[in-house]
Ligand binder design. Structure first.
Ligand code: AMP
Ligand code: MG
Length: 508
């Protein structure tokens, strides 16, 4: 179908829509249509996501769906818009940003917002071209669905479509569109936008919308002086603490934790130069553009707190009554906002300890657990041993026979055998008689497969040559990452030499 002649026809997906973000009004967005791309083709589809949206298998595979998810024809009943937000990027106030290439089609009657990322210019595109390239779109698609299968809160992805339309990055590449799904794509940066521009009525409107839709318990909370906005800040902090615990435990680096990439629902959003750790290097920097290592793996929990502080600053006009300072400017009392942020400092370590205890297959908590966890991580870090393989082999070891030979696959990973053997002995004691059950729990908590950079790279190279079957096979494996998938053993192996030479930057 020619993109130019198809614009008038609406695709009937069977989706029902309801008013959501769009009810906030003109100050929050610009209505506009996605811009077409020539001769689109399918790159990948998540059948699980399609089912959750209630889309029929037949329609999802149709030419009409292909055109609709490329932005070439409207989805019947959708009301597309691009939203405005601002944010702090790499620690510096960046001013107005916004959906520069993502277009929100609307919200389904099941409360799922559907966005097309890479769907063309918007009023917020700034210097950008409104497009996304194939490689980064494949990475976002694969990782969204992989994270979901790992149990990590995340935006989802329905599909990726491609077009041979050229897109200039460091080299010439081709365009793609990711259809992504989340209950809301509201970011910390949306609040910062209205706070920094002094639009306090809009700020309140946005906060009320988010509370009523997603945090109704904050409305009549009696904590924090009964202030709903302080309670919102506290609730967002709690979700963010849990998210950080998930990321750290699974060995995920986001790479660009700017405040405009922080979800108000505590979801992982805006997949760019992310990476799952291969070797366990706590100081690992996955974003080639992050020269200072601001978003290094081990800094993520503190950066999240820094970002929450920015959200707190933005909410101050709603949390604290303003007083005139001597020079005529408004000053806000920070006390209540700081009190709302305080629990993060204990919630994050607690959530992380729980997540790590789950990796150890432990159901009850004992005082010695923290040391057991920390000493394992210290040992892994000392040799930068493979993070995913260590936990998986340990799981099999516990699930199997309790003899020395059965521990060999774990011992093979590390050179410092005396320290490892001592640790294994302590862990054995901790596990006690509950060995087989603990092993089973560990195998359900420690994935065999994560989206390592080199796996993404392999399927991207095939996709660039027009072969999408490796991509779909990898997507299927990652949708059940705790299963064995014997046909795909090589995807569970150590990364090849060349994996460490992959450079992923903000360019996408
Ligand atoms: P990111 O760090 O990738 O989340 O992007 C930061 C900001 O730049 C967001 O407001 C994006 O919408 C915008 N942006 C990134 N790439 C492009 C592009 N190619 N065209 C337009 N806007 C973009
Ligand atoms: Mg972003």
């Amino acid at each position: 179908m020619n993109a130019n002649t198809s614009a008038a026809v609406a695709a009937d997906s069977g989706l029902h829509w309801q008013e959501g973000f769009s009810r906030l009004g003109d100050a929050f967005f610009t209505r506009l249509s996605p811009r077409p791309l020539p001769s689109p083709y399918w790159v990948g589809t998540s059948r699980a996501m399609a089912r959750e949206l209630g889309l029929s298998d037949e329609w999802v595979a149709s030419q009409e769906a292909l055109e609709a998810f490329t932005g070439n024809i409207p989805l019947a009943g959708s009301d597309p818009l691009a939203s405005v937000y601002s944010g702090h990027q790499f620690g510096v106030w960046a001013g107005q940003l916004g959906d520069g290439r993502a277009i929100l089609l609307g919200e389904t009657d099941k409360g799922q917002e559907i966005q097309l990322k890479g769907a063309g210019l918007t009023p917020y595109s700034r210097m950008g071209d409104g497009r996304a390239v194939l490689r980064s779109s494949i990475r976002e698609f694969l990782c969204s669905e992989a994270m979901h299968a790992l149990g990590v809160p995340t935006s989802r992805a329905l599909c990726v479509t491609g077009s041979n339309a050229p897109v200039r990055r460091e080299t010439m590449e081709t365009a793609a569109v990711v259809t992504r799904v989340a209950p809301s794509f509201v970011r910390f940066g949306h609040f910062e936008h209205f706070a920094y521009s002094g639009q306090h009525d809009e700020l309140r409107k946005l906060a009320d919308y988010v509370i009523d839709r997603y945090y109704p318990e904050c409305r009549n909370a009696t904590t924090l002086a009964g202030n709903p906005y302080a309670n919102l800040l506290q609730a967002v902090s709690a979700r963010t603490a849990r998210l950080m615990a998930h990321w750290q435990a699974v060995g995920f680096c986001h790479g660009v934790m700017n405040t405009d990439n922080m979800s108000i629902l505590g979801l992982t959003i805006d997949y760019g130069p992310f990476q799952f750790l291969d070797g366990f290097n706590p100081a690992h920097i996955c974003n080639h553009s992050d020269t200072q290592g601001r978003y290094a793996y081990n800094r993520q929990p503190n950066i999240a707190y820094w970002n929450l502080f920015c959200l707190g600053q933005a909410l101050l006009p709603l949390i604290s009554p303003a007083a005139e300072s001597g020079n005529g400017e408004q000053e806000f009392d920070q006390e209540l906002a700081l009190a709302a942020l305080e629990p993060y400092k204990t919630q994050f370590p607690e959530a992380l300890e729980n997540a790590m205890r789950a990796k150890l297959g432990l159901v009850d908590s004992r005082p010695e657990d923290r040391e057991l966890i920390e000493s394992a991580l210290k040992l892994l870090a000392s040799e930068q041993a493979d993070y995913t393989i260590f936990w998986r082999r340990l799981s099999h070891h516990i699930a199997g026979t309790p003899d020395r030979a059965a521990a060999e696959p774990v011992r093979d990973i590390l050179l410092d055998r005396p320290t490892l053997d001592d640790w294994l002995q302590r862990f054995d004691v901790r596990v006690g008689a509950d060995r087989a059950e603990t092993g089973r729990r560990m195998l359900a908590a420690n994935p065999k497969f994560v989206l390592r950079n080199h796996l993404g790279e392999e399927v991207i190279q095939a996709a660039k040559l027009g072969d999408f079957s490796p991509l779909q096979a990898l997507a299927d494996v990652l949708s059940a990452p705790f299963d064995e998938h014997p046909a795909h053993e090589s995807w569970a192996g150590f990364p090849p030499e060349w994996a460490s030479t992959i450079e992923i930057s903000c360019s996408s």
